[in-house]
Design a protein around this ligand. Structure first.
Ligand SMILES: *Cc1c(COP(=O)(O)O)cnc(C)c1O
Length: 370
């Protein structure tokens, strides 16, 4: 018990810090491998798009001592033009993780609650809990978000409902009809955050365009990120948009100057003429999923494959053990025990040669058992 424990609020005392994975050089030393393929964070190995890559390469050192624009003025104008909204309807954050924090701070106080799924992006739950806000976690139904369950879990102190569409890690998604039915039932009583971190990967005519629903549902807040499709994860930049009224509230609890200058400029460039890049990335993911499907059929393993650049595979041993065995072969996947899916791994879908290497490694690791 440390001397400062008495200063710590109960909800912080209870909270266990998350330990991120070690840097590659350290992992390669630990597992005695000379290369490491990271299939654990759903990064896009092709990126960033050419124009953004050019900005990153050419960023002048003279700009480094200068503070960035405090609220991403230029980028918000570019986003506004693209989506047909006003620049004031956007908040740009240090990754969408920072925006999760800003939204929860804006609407919740100690004793309030948020509602989301039990097996989804964990940051909603984490930020709520270390802020003294209860996270009500509704079990997935058939791997997807259970709208009815979420509606039933609300009470007078529920402020925000988080829906991840498509869901990380299961890849399930709500179509437009399902989403609008849910929003009709919420009836403006809570803020609904629609996390579209993987929306650019989805090529389905009935996948909802959240931003297009803001007119009808002023309590809706859309999250997007440059970390996934646009391959700028290392620069940490994402954005939210909503109605003017809601965004004005969120802006109060959002730290200005949190987004660095290079990230702002690279993100703006990434949006420029991105269609070919998105097509190429989707093609890579389609091909990679095919290879993983073949592998799982062959090995008799269950695979949960939906939208997004990742799939889940049920493994015949502890996921943590499979992790170590794959690491010894230079491949890093995500264990799913932490997502409440023990016995599953999540694998990011990347270029064919690396998928082939993964197939070879997984066969060697579990193949002998079948
Ligand atoms: C990766 C991811 C994010 C993005 O986080 P950043 O902070 O923008 O890098 C947000 N939501 C989900 C569901 C994700 O998988």
């Amino acid at each position: 018990m440390c001397a400062f424990e008495r200063l710590v609020p109960e909800h912080v005392r209870r909270f266990e810090a998350y330990t991120p994975s070690r840097p590659d050089h350290e992992l390669m030393r630990m597992y005695r491998v000379d290369h490491l393929h990271r299939l654990n964070n759903n990064e896009n190995p092709l990126g960033p798009p050419p124009e953004a890559a050019r900005i990153v390469r050419g960023f002048p050192p003279e700009r480094v001592p200068i503070y960035p624009n405090g609220d991403a003025w230029d980028l918000r104008r570019i986003l506004a033009g693209r989506f047909g909204l006003a620049p004031e309807q956007f908040v740009v954050g240090n990754g969408s993780c920072e925006l999760i924090s800003s939204v929860i701070k804006a609407f919740c106080t100690t004793g309030d609650s948020i509602v989301t799924a039990d097996k989804t992006f964990a940051v909603y739950e984490w930020v709520a809990e270390f802020s003294g806000v209860e996270a009500r976690l509704i079990p997935l139904r058939d791997f997807g978000f259970d709208g009815e369950g979420m509606l039933a879990a609300r009470d007078a102190r529920t402020k925000i409902l988080f829906v991840c569409n498509p869901n990380n890690p299961t890849g399930t998604w709500w179509d437009t009809a399902t989403l609008t039915r849910f929003l009709d039932r919420v009836n403006g009583e809570q803020i609904v955050v629609l996390d579209e971190a993987y929306a650019e990967y989805v090529d389905r005519h009935d996948f909802p365009h959240g931003i297009g629903l803001l007119d009808r549902y002023p309590n809706l807040v859309i999250f997007r990120t440059f970390s996934k499709m646009y391959a700028l994860a290392g620069l940490r930049i994402g954005y939210l948009c909503g109605t003017q009224e809601v965004v004005d509230i969120i802006r109060r609890t959002h730290v200005v100057y949190s987004v660095n200058a290079l990230a702002q400029q690279a993100a703006a460039a990434a949006l420029h003429d991105d269609a070919a890049f998105i097509r190429q990335t989707r093609e890579m993911v389609r091909e990679g999923k095919g290879l993983l499907r073949e592998l799982c059929d062959d090995l008799g393993l269950d695979m949960q494959c939906g939208e997004g650049n990742y799939v889940m595979i049920r493994v015949p041993e502890a996921d943590t053990l499979i992790y170590r065995k794959l690491m010894a072969r230079g491949i890093m996947i995500r264990t799913m025990t932490g997502f409440r899916f023990p016995g599953w791994i999540r694998v990011s879908v990347v270029q064919t040669p690396v998928m082939e290497e993964f197939r070879h490694a997984l066969r060697a690791v579990v193949g002998g058992r079948r």
